[in-house]
Design a protein around this ligand. Structure first.
Ligand code: NDP
Length: 328
């Protein structure tokens, strides 16, 4: 029986608790692949899981952490063998199945991908669910038929994880990127990533008109609520917004006017349960279309011991871009 360190979230009478402690293999849940976890990352959802601010954790005790990179130690899954380098995003890991903030994990092989060619394990975790979601959003806009010559693209929550990767990807693909942020101090950072224009998020966050002047052909929205409604109201004829987040709110307090008068589309993006071919396509595109120097510029690395504090910080809007957690 191997002992290893894990972040464990549990329920107590006083509320949710979280601590780093030693557990052993018997603590792990069922799965056909056991991994040595080498790295993870901190997403907004991980912040919610660790603080208990939203009911992300649906099984107690839980090891949070929705993204992992690791090396296979044991496998009864025909797709994986000991020594394989693998990554995992989603599938309820860190929510209903014990997650990534541990030196070991046991998961279903069906949830894993081999580490994509051209990206290191650290780069995969720098991308993480946030960057993978940004890629899914970009692919959704492309599948809708949108291209840079149709007009600008809006990215909301631009200095966050999804936003930063979306700005870097879209600018590399030739889009004129309008980055919406509440952090004026991050303007230079966003321009370095490829933003052509920076707007104050207050322009979009208050209740607005059902239809407004057409400003962009497409958008990637990680904010929701009034911001998403205003983004839709300012989208050009036949444009689309890919919606993936709720940093402002889960509500959608708007009207159908953009849909029925401008043929605007709202494209929903979920990163958790995408089928394998979609995951593989997104990771291949990330290896191809994400500028490695920009990825390095948006990434900070923290030791495993700092993961709880970092996860709290992301909810306070204190984290810029992406964080890699060094585990093993
Ligand atoms: P981050 O915290 O890194 O980024 C969120 C950004 O949103 C912040 O940096 C900030 O950007 C902006 N923001 C925060 N609060 C507000 C507010 N009240 N009003 C307007 N803007 C705000 O989180 P992630 O990038 O990791 O995730 C972003 C969102 O996407 C989250 O809601 C997350 O749950 C969701 N998500 C959904 C996924 C899916 O599968 N659909 C997958 C991954 C994430 P700035 O400082 O630039 O203003």
């Amino acid at each position: 029986m191997t002992n290893f360190r894990a972040v464990v979230v549990d329920k107590a009478e006083s509320g949710q608790t979280v601590e780093m402690r030693s557990v052993d293999d018997a603590f792990l849940m069922e799965g056909d692949v056991t991994l040595r976890v080498t790295r993870s990352t901190v997403n907004y959802k991980d912040g919610l899981a660790i603080t208990g601010k939203s009911p992300v954790v649906r099984r107690f005790p839980m090891i949070p952490g929705i993204d992992m990179a690791g090396v296979v130690e044991h496998s009864s899954n025909p797709g994986f063998k000991p020594g394989d380098e693998v990554i995992l995003n989603g599938f309820g890991v860190g929510e209903t199945h014990l997650g990534a903030y541990a030196e070991r994990a046991r998961v279903k092989g069906d949830w894993l991908l081999h580490k994509p060619e051209g990206l290191s394990a650290a780069e995969c975790m720098a991308v993480g669910t946030a960057g993978y979601t940004a890629m899914l959003a970009v692919i959704a806009l492309e599948k809708h038929g949108l291209k840079p010559s149709d007009g600008p693209v809006l990215v909301t929550g631009a200095a966050g994880g999804v936003g930063s990767v979306a700005v870097a990807l879209l600018s590399k693909l030739g889009w004129h990127v309008v980055a919406s942020t509440g952090r004026a101090s991050e303007a230079d950072y966003l321009k370095t990533l490829g933003a052509a224009e920076i707007i104050d998020r207050n322009e979009l966050s208050a209740p607005g008109r059902p239809l407004a002047k057409e400003r962009w052909a497409a958008g990637v929205d990680s904010v929701g609520s009034h911001t998403l409604v205003n983004a839709l109201a300012q989208t050009k004829y036949r444009g689309a917004i890919a919606a993936c987040g709720l940093a402002q709110g889960m509500d959608l307090p708007g009207s159908v006017a953009p849909f029925i008068l401008r043929g605007v589309s709202l494209l929903g993006i979920d990163s958790v349960y995408q089928p394998k071919p979609v995951r593989e396509e997104a990771w291949k595109r990330l290896a191809q279309d994400l500028d490695r120097a920009k990825l390095a510029a948006i990434t900070t690395t923290v030791p495993f011991d700092a993961v709880i504090e970092t996860a709290r910080g992301i909810l306070d809007g204190k984290i810029r871009g992406r964080v890699v957690v060094e585990i093993g």
